[in-house]
Design a protein. Structure first.
Length: 201
């Protein structure tokens, strides 16, 4: 009798741990949102340079887009927090990871280039390197090997952009954003919905 009771308790604990792990999986909304916004910004940046259209305002355009994006992202996060019934420690770690990553990329993109610390053409590979770290850590926290592997795509792209700098890096980075951020975000969103439906049963 005691043996059966112990097995039942272990089974319940295992299920609770598995459900908690599933709840830790990011729903991918932030990946998709920032991916679309940054890809659009890169395309605008590229066209402004190619057609020499108000090029002196490129930094201002990016500043407006990033600040607006940050405000919208905070609102999205608050909306999701109200809808979510469960808050996990791993979920809070993920939020902290991406917040700190966002701050770092803001510093790289604006302070680093405007201060003259490096040529602005290297912003894309620097940010790609940072994203590789964030994806590797995020994938490890969520125990998602495929997401962790995405980091190698970011690092490979960063190497290419460092070795072969130029205006074309904007298009390369835009393609990377679509393939390595928007697509993973869509996959995460789909898996999150499936897992939440499974837990609700």
């Amino acid at each position: 009798m005691e043996s059966k009771q112990a097995e039942l308790e272990l089974s319940l604990i295992k299920k609770m741990m598995e459900d908690t792990r599933k709840l830790n999986i990011d729903n991918g909304i932030h990946y998709i949102f920032w991916g679309i916004l940054v890809a659009l910004g890169l395309l605008i940046n590229y066209l402004m340079l190619v057609f020499k259209f108000y090029t002196k305002y490129i930094g201002f355009v990016w500043l407006v887009m990033m600040v607006s994006g940050a405000v919208a992202d905070i609102l999205i996060g608050k909306y999701q927090s109200k809808r979510s019934k469960v808050s996990t420690y791993a979920g809070r770690i993920l939020a902290s990871l991406w917040l700190s990553s966002g701050v770092a990329m803001f510093i790289y993109g604006f302070v680093g280039s405007f201060s003259g610390a490096y040529n602005s053409i290297f912003i894309c590979p620097v940010i790609a390197t940072s994203l590789g770290i964030s994806y590797f850590t995020s994938g490890s926290i969520q125990q998602l090997g495929w997401l962790r592997s995405v980091s190698f795509g970011w690092w490979a792209g960063a190497i290419i952009m460092f070795v072969f700098p130029g205006i074309h890096t904007l298009l390369i980075f835009a393609i990377m954003i679509i393939m390595l951020q928007i697509v993973p975000g869509i996959i995460l969103n789909k898996k999150s919905k499936e897992l939440l439906t499974e837990i609700a049963k």
